[in-house]
Design a protein around this ligand. Sequence first.
Ligand code: ZN
Length: 321
Amino acid sequence: MFKKPNCPVIAIEEHYWDPELIKTYVGAEGSRGGDMEKKLFDLGALRLKEMDEAGIDIAVLSHGAPSTQKLPIETAAKLATEVNDRLAKACAANPSRFAAFAALPTIDPQAAADELERCVTKLGFKGAMLHGMTNNEFLDLKKYWPIYERAEKLDVPIYFHPSQPHQTVTDIYLQDYAKDFPLVVRPGWGYTVETATQAIRLVLSGVFEKHPNLKIILGHLGETLPFLMWRIDAALKRPGQKAMSFRDVFCKNFYITTSGFFSNPALLCCVMEMGVDHILFAVDWPFVDNPPATDWMKDIPLSDEDKAKILSGNSKRLLKM
Ligand code: ZN
């Protein structure tokens, strides 16, 4: 039987599917089948039962990839609004157990900024989650900055979640092995490269100079970036480039979560590079089961005080819960 730690447990990368949004997906992204689909569509008893069994008190819910990042401009804003309204209803039915990250119609950046504000001020959402490219563009381009300006003004984080890499990247880098190892395109490697690239591009873009209090969350223990911090920082300080401290920006503006990555050596690397205050607990349910995540947290080689920060103290502060 799971023994609860002496603090609440808040998991912040917990996914669901909206039945209307999912109808717009094509191919593999829109079909998981069987038990997985049942869990993704459940916003009640089944989800709560699995949270209870693993000792998770609160789940911050977000749509699965690619969420609203692949919608055409004609329908994106309207559909995102409906998706967020339905999610708000699910949270209202279990207000002590669920909170939410908004889906945003990024193809229309101004509408995305407005929808973020509506979700935070009217629906009580905790920020937004974005999934990979929009129209084959990374989201650090200046045209998307209205979203970051609004997030900074509202003081809510934007969670950058993986999605499928650009098709050309997949074709050249990974396709040879995708038949025998389909997940090499996803969590096996493709997702990591895609999302780490997005994060590095955000730092290089200068958006944190314009919006110094913008807060970004990365899942999966920072998508390798804490491990690479020293090397990236050193490289970007070599002569002939714009002055830049990757480390300063990453350690101040970025937060990382434990989603789908329950490794002591990797966690300790993150703690040593970033400090414990920017590390938050997440599972990545239902793509990852809850019990391995909470079981792992019981025995991580950190003090009880630091464990409590990761399990909920840091989310309470960052998400104002
Ligand atoms: Zn996820």
